[in-house]
Design a protein around this ligand. Structure first.
Ligand SMILES: [Zn+2]
Length: 290
């Protein structure tokens, strides 16, 4: 991926070198983390173990800086800030074309655990977007985990795909799609709600593809082989693959993110077409046609 020298966003905060805040564990924090873990399709028991092990969230902004960032951390911050700027430029333009205003999200880099507007979260939940504070939370060591433990890729464009998927959740929040699915949580059975979760997640993958479509048109950041690395990761985080690896069998009624095949297909569709009019398809097509 060609990104060096690109504009770096200022909407990023690096808490990896800050003093961890001492926070009360348990209660609401754990509950919310469990919900996040469920949304991400990870095993909540794993998260519970991490919480019990006493993962301490890195403090909120303004906390004392404890040490210099390492060279590797500096580079990962530059990369994340540049990808974030690519998303700001693309979505600002696309929203403007539609007569809307794009309000960019914040991004927080952390290690081990983090305090968020959605509760405390350990790194084990993976990257996520918190709608309450409109912030994407990312522990960059996740990418190595994605490669080593989940069989994905930690290539730069694959990392950008993961970030763009989380930014996709922010776009859904601005456009009202997240709210539609939130309401389903109250009214639908667990099985039906899971299907709405899959629709929302595949739409976030589609949005990541749309971002890549306009982004590379403008900044030419996609290089040969890049899309393959992102698709390797999209396959690795498909529900069917995760379930099969975890316990040897799959149960489609419990899918919350979509299969490897669906995730790659919708990213590729977004990348190929850049067509934002098709966003609603993800909510309107029969479930069996996704
Ligand atoms: Zn997601």
């Amino acid at each position: 991926m060609r990104w060096e020298g690109g504009r770096q966003s200022e909407n990023i905060e690096d808490r990896r070198n800050m003093k961890p805040a001492v926070m009360a564990a348990g209660g609401l924090g754990v509950m919310i983390v469990m919900v996040i873990a469920a949304l991400l399709g990870l095993d909540p028991r794993k998260v519970q173990q991490v919480m019990n092990a006493g993962g301490q969230p890195a403090g909120r902004g303004g906390q004392a800086v404890q040490r210099e960032l390492t060279a590797e951390e500096k580079r990962s911050k530059e990369f994340a800030a540049t990808v974030l700027a690519f998303t700001e430029d693309v979505w600002t333009e696309q929203f403007r074309k539609a007569g809307e205003k794009y309000v960019p999200p914040k991004m927080v880099l952390f290690s081990n655990a983090v305090a968020t507007g959605c509760g405390n979260a350990p790194s084990a939940v993976g990257p996520f977007y918190c709608p309450a504070d409109r912030t994407v939370y990312l522990d960059p060591t996740f990418f190595e985990e994605l490669r080593v433990k989940m069989g994905g890729s930690d290539g730069e464009f694959s990392q950008a795909y993961v970030v763009a998927h989380e930014i996709g959740h922010h776009v859904q929040n601005l456009l009202g799609y997240s709210e539609i699915v939130d309401r389903k949580r109250q009214t639908e059975s667990k099985t039906e709600f899971n299907k709405w979760s899959v629709r929302l997640e595949l739409q976030a993958d589609y949005l990541a593809g749309v971002w890549a479509h306009y982004g590379t048109e403008k900044f030419a950041f996609i290089e040969a082989g890049d899309v393959a690395t992102a698709m390797k990761s999209a396959k690795a985080i498909g529900d069917d693959r995760i379930q099969k690896n975890a316990r040897g069998f799959t149960s489609p009624e419990s899918y919350t993110h979509g299969t490897s095949e669906q995730r790659t297909r919708w990213f590729r569709e977004g990348l190929r077409t850049g067509d934002l009019n098709r966003l609603k398809d993800l909510f309107e097509l029969p479930y069996s046609e996704l």
